[in-house]
Design a protein around this ligand. Structure first.
Ligand code: ADP
Ligand code: ZN
Ligand code: ZN
Length: 746
């Protein structure tokens, strides 16, 4: 296969004048396919072609002068979409690189990087989208000018006031009946309607004031600006609230002024895009901005993507997939929370968006800024060795906002009440008396993690997974959190007949119940995947917290990220000990990051915060580092450990994962892979196939094969040799398998 080139439209003057087009299609075969075209085509154009018995959408990747196919075998392009903008060479090259690096079929990689509308065999159109904001009259009128019974109008008003501007899909998410309420607000003359990507020229919030940068921020901005014309990765290391986002804003202001350049800002989670989007819109009103994430309606997604592709959108804020968005004048990439695990795609092409962004920046010779309070060890290693520039922000940017005090409560030394230590209960009470809020963080939803028989030690298992069923008492159900299997709670032990089974351990539901008993009158709110299933539930809950209608929040990691509650001064952490001794070599790195993030929730404004961690191992090095909030020291010790144990970032890993109803073919396939890989004489270390920690998942028996190499230059040739052979293996179509390069989960 050749790389598409822009100048290969030579077929027209060959004697046969047969127009040949190479087309990438969404099929699990690595290669492009030759077709005859009745029309003149352009590279990067979408077409519809016959493939087998079906019509498929494809993209023209080259226009070669000839084909090896016999004329009788050459099928014709059925349709082309000549009026649509074409994909550029940079896009192809990036996809090509990823398909090779992650061992994934090129056509599938390419098509999956496009918005849904462009994967259909129809012309793709996007209805013109609008966004709405309050004008000055609207802001001055105030919420109370709207009668209480106008619930939807009031809700829209409050949301517009908070976010500045909202797009149609954001409004639909807020309230399906928003159009009628918006029309009423427009009647009042309160609303600006603008194209979805326009900047926002109002001074709605304090965030539109430009603060003076502190010395470290100013240094960071000027260091990056000085080398803005070439490839240079930077790590911006600073705790939550240290002013990283402010640095992003200043950089964008400087780099995008007086030109037509573009910038791409990657964020880990959809939930976080509206906040960042609102802040960018008010602070960067001169630059058309679009967001790209999977919560957008298809029409808006296509429109935003095209605005990026045409260069009209100057700033793109997006999640993982938007790293592939064509941006002809891209001059800067920012990856916020670069350590976040959601940057790694866990199925189909298992790419890591941060790593792809680095490759993209290198190919374009532009700077890339990675921001985090707890950088990934891979990134930290590169910053320490000097390959990346290191920029540190050592203090919180708002001077009166202090770091929270972090303390451990040794739970082996106190008598606990349903999972809560006396210290924690007392601390919650004190906050309630002062009218402040507390957050209890527990990474287990449901009532109790297991249902146990005290007589024979039977524990309710999931039949489809190697896991236990979680007790959901209120619903009277046992649920598997891995496969979704559900059943009624059993009353009697199926193993010994004991009628007295106990929910054992603590989950969010039980904690909520305990708090209601221990603290009568406390307003407790549980935020987990169960309680937020209803549409808008999460945003309603967050507004309730902001409105001071909640005393104690009980939540899972959903609450760890990004949300800023000024009145929250206490964070309690329950049940982290299992992660201290997990077999996953990344467990402590992640626990540290997670706890730093949770701690960042406490005391953001002028009130000092406190974090209480309940543990049996208060002297563990992780907690020592956390107490002094010393990422540098902790990362140093983890890196030493990784070097001794030969794990990333010192070694590079690839994993072949396979599963089937029966383990025998899985084993046979992986053994073949291991034997074959060893025959190549590569320096890479090929382990024996093993079963992962979760041996069975959703009824599938699983196995995996780990390969380890000292560099990508050793790993990549091995994978390149191995993958085609695996694809040809007779079992290849009978089992499910995938290659995971630089795996994050084992
Ligand atoms: P981070 O992205 O690191 O969490 P932010 O950029 O959001 O930090 O800054 C935290 C808070 O401090 C924000 O309210 C921001 O407006 C404010 N801030 C940032 N830089 C400064 C500064 N130099 N002077 C005053 N306030 C600042
Ligand atoms: Zn029993
Ligand atoms: Zn299950």
């Amino acid at each position: 296969m050749t790389m598409p080139e822009a100048n290969s439209m030579a077929a027209a003057d060959s004697p046969q004048a047969l127009n040949i087009a190479q087309v990438a299609i969404d099929v699990p075969l690595d290669g492009v396919f030759d077709y005859h075209s009745p029309y003149p085509l352009l590279i990067g154009q979408r077409v519809v072609v016959p493939f087998g018995a079906r019509k498929q959408v494809g993209v023209v990747t080259a226009l070669p002068a000839s084909t090896d196919l016999a004329p009788a075998k050459l099928k014709s392009v059925l349709q082309h979409f000549g009026e649509e903008p074409v994909l550029d060479a940079e896009f192809f090259a990036l996809i090509r690189f990823c398909a090779d690096y992650y061992q994934y079929p090129f056509g599938q990689a390419l098509l999956s990087a496009l918005p849904g509308r462009l994967r259909q065999t129809e012309p793709a159109t996007a209805r013109q989208q609008f966004s709405y904001s309050l004008n000055d009259t609207g802001v001055q009128a105030g919420l109370d000018a709207l009668p209480p019974r106008q619930v939807v109008q009031r809700r829209l008003y409050a949301a517009l006031l908070e976010h500045g501007a909202l797009s149609e899909s954001a409004l639909t998410a807020l309230s399906p009946g928003w159009r009628k309420a918006m029309a009423a607000l427009q009647q009042l003359g309160w609303i600006n309607e603008q194209q979805v990507y326009a900047g926002l020229r109002t001074a709605l919030t304090a965030s539109s004031v430009q603060p003076e940068l502190n010395a470290e921020q100013a240094e960071a901005v000027s260091a990056i600006l000085q080398q803005a014309q070439s490839f240079k990765p930077w790590l911006l290391h600073g705790i939550t609230g240290s002013g990283k986002t402010e640095v992003y804003i200043r950089l964008l202001q400087s780099l995008l002024a007086n030109n037509e350049d573009q910038a791409l800002v990657l964020v880990p989670e959809i939930n976080l895009t509206p906040q960042l989007e609102a802040r960018f819109r008010t602070r960067l009103p001169d630059f058309p901005l679009v967001s790209l994430h999977s919560n957008l309606g298809e029409s808006e997604r296509l429109q935003n993507w095209r605005l990026a592709q045409s260069g009209a959108a100057r700033i793109v804020i997006g999640t993982r997939l938007s790293v592939f968005t064509p941006m002809p004048r891209l001059k800067l990439i920012i990856v916020d929370e670069e350590h976040d695990t959601s940057y790694k795609q866990q199925d189909s092409m298992r790419y890591h968006a941060r790593d792809v962004a680095l490759v993209r920046a290198q190919r374009r010779q532009i700077p890339i800024l990675l921001g985090s309070a707890t950088p990934a060890l891979e990134t930290w290693h590169n910053a320490q060795s000097g390959r990346y520039g290191l920029l540190s922000l050592r203090q919180r940017a708002v001077s009166q906002s202090q770091l929270p005090a972090i303390r451990c409560v040794d739970v082996s030394k106190v008598s606990m009440q349903d999972g809560l230590s006396p210290q924690l209960i007392k601390a919650i009470r004190e906050r309630m008396e002062k009218g402040e809020q507390s957050l209890l963080f527990i990474n287990r939803r449901g009532y109790a993690p297991v249902l146990l028989c005290n007589a024979c030690h039977w524990i309710a298992p999931c039949m489809r997974c190697s896991s236990r069923l979680v007790v959901h008492l209120r619903q009277g159900r046992l649920r598997c959190h891995h496969c979704g299997h559900e059943q009624k709670i059993v009353r009697q032990c199926p193993s010994c007949g004991n009628p007295d089974l106990h929910p054992t351990g603590h989950g969010t539901q039980r904690l909520e119940e305990t708090l209601n008993q221990l603290l009568p009158g406390a307003r407790v709110l549980r935020v987990d995947r169960d309680s937020t299933r209803r549409k808008n539930a999460l945003s309603d809950m967050l507004s309730a917290v902001h409105a001071g209608e909640v005393d104690v929040l009980v939540g899972t990691q959903m609450l760890a990220k990004g949300h800023d509650f000024p009145n929250l001064t206490l964070v309690g952490v329950l049940d982290t000990d299992s992660a201290l001794f997990s077999p996953d070599f990344r467990a402590s790195e992640r626990l540290f990051a997670q706890l730093m993030q949770v701690a960042g929730r406490a005391g953001r404004a002028d009130k000092p915060g406190e974090v209480l961690i309940q543990t049996t191992f208060p002297e563990h090095t992780l907690f020592n580092a956390l107490r002094s909030q010393d990422f540098t020291a902790y990362a140093g010790s983890l890196l030493q450990e990784r070097e001794t144990t030969q794990f990333p970032p010192y070694e590079f890993l690839a994993l072949i994962k396979a599963e089937a109803n029966d383990f025998v073919p899985v084993q046979r396939f992986l053994q073949y892979a291991a034997d074959t890989a060893r025959e190549f004489g590569s320096e890479a270390l090929v382990y024996d196939p093993v079963r992962p920690q979760m041996e069975r998942l959703k009824g599938m028996e699983r196995g995996q094969l780990l390969m380890q190499a000292s560099s990508r230059q050793v790993m990549q040739p091995l994978l390149r040799q191995l993958t085609p052979l695996l694809r040809q293996h007779p079992l290849s179509n009978k089992i499910r398998w995938a290659i995971d390069v630089d795996p994050q989960e084992f």
